[in-house]
Design a binder for this molecule. Sequence first.
Ligand code: GLN
Length: 483
Amino acid sequence: MHQMTLAEIARGLADKKFSSEELTKVLLARITQLDPQLNSFISLTEELALKQAKAADVRRANGESGALLGAPIAHKDLFCTQGIRTSCGSKMLDNFKAPYDATVVAKLAAAGAVTLGKTNMDEFAMGSANESSWYGAVKNPWNLEHVPGGSSGGSAAAVAARLLPAATATDTGGSIRQPAAFTNLTGLKPTYGRVSRWGMIAYASSLDQGGPLARTAEDCAILLQGMAGFDQNDSTSIDEPVPDYSASLGDSLQGLRIGVPKEYFSAGLDPRIAELIQNSIKELQKLGAVIKEISLPNMQHAIPAYYVIAPAEASSNLSRFDGVRFGHRCEQPKDLIDLYKRSRGEGFGPEVQRRIMVGAYALSAGYYDAYYLKAQKIRRLVKNDFMAAFNEVDIILGPTTPNTAWKLGAKNSDPVAAYLEDVYTITANLAGLPGLSMPAGFVDGLPVGVQLLAPYFQEGRLLNVAHQYQLNTDWHTRTPTGF
Ligand code: GLN
């Protein structure tokens, strides 16, 4: 049962082959049995799951239908869940029970999805390896000595290990696409403003976007359908109609213009990954796509710009965690300053503290123009590069990451080495564009992802291309040994 995709589960439930309650029990037992190896969950919500599953079964018995009605999922632990711990992977929020549901959580619950639990993540979504979590590192089911990627490493490891079919995640600089690549999943970062950020604990507000992590593009379409839409509670939510993402999966790729940026194939890219990307290009050509070389000349500036803008926004967003309004409070403070210092010093881990310091520095008087403002100008140039490219092509294709998942601990002493691994993903966040990563093969037994980028609100096009590719390849069907 645990091998089924969301689409298969929806068919099985509709055909009364099993109930949501039965499936939920199977998956909860599987999580209890296998997750100790992975550490992909921070909290399990058995009671809620069984209640939601029973309710979904009743709704189906009463004639209701829907692809998510009775479908088991989990939420990255930065989506607020009423009455349930929402930790953001941090000691700071270890005791925080959200007083309300995030819009994404409420929408999926209303569609009948069953919440099995909250997944592990890098602290405040800062990281690319899921090693900065207060709850400990997550292991990659493809090789337990390697990281699953981050920051949505818990959602990725859980779905890859078939503990559940799909999960929510968020992507500020790659945190959906990079863990998808590292664990052989399909993950989609929507256009900025497509999915409500209300109740999603902020890392960098102008970059954060929620989206689906699943095994197939078909399943990403189902989950995104439940997440997307205008929300008046989020001032950056965009009031655009949500298309039927499943309806366009079958469209032909005949004549699709795919741009391949020449900058993507630089010295930093593992040549074995480059070869797999070329294979995926050939596959799409067979399906009728036309390839064109393009250029994204400002890509080289994206990492420094991102690692100024994201920490700057984080330093502001995280100021609310002061032990008074929100978050961990130290024991017996001497005075107010001592309370702030020790509460924040104890509550935040080293990576979060580093980013707060970098961000506060970049925003301070005297340095603002040199760093923050300059980074914002680069951001505009990166966006302009994409706008020029999309005048010529329909999608952009390249690797999701320059290397496969590294060994646990390998980059712990060198944060910049980890930042450099984000080179292919962060540009989409800087520009606000949608991006998808899908399985494209293996190097030394570790998964490799190919990334597709599209113009604003063209999530349907990304899902369509990925689905057609998956109908003709079987990388996405491979299962890690032992799971
Ligand atoms: N690795 C990037 C960072 O550490 C992206 C994280 C994310 O997308 N949440 O900022």
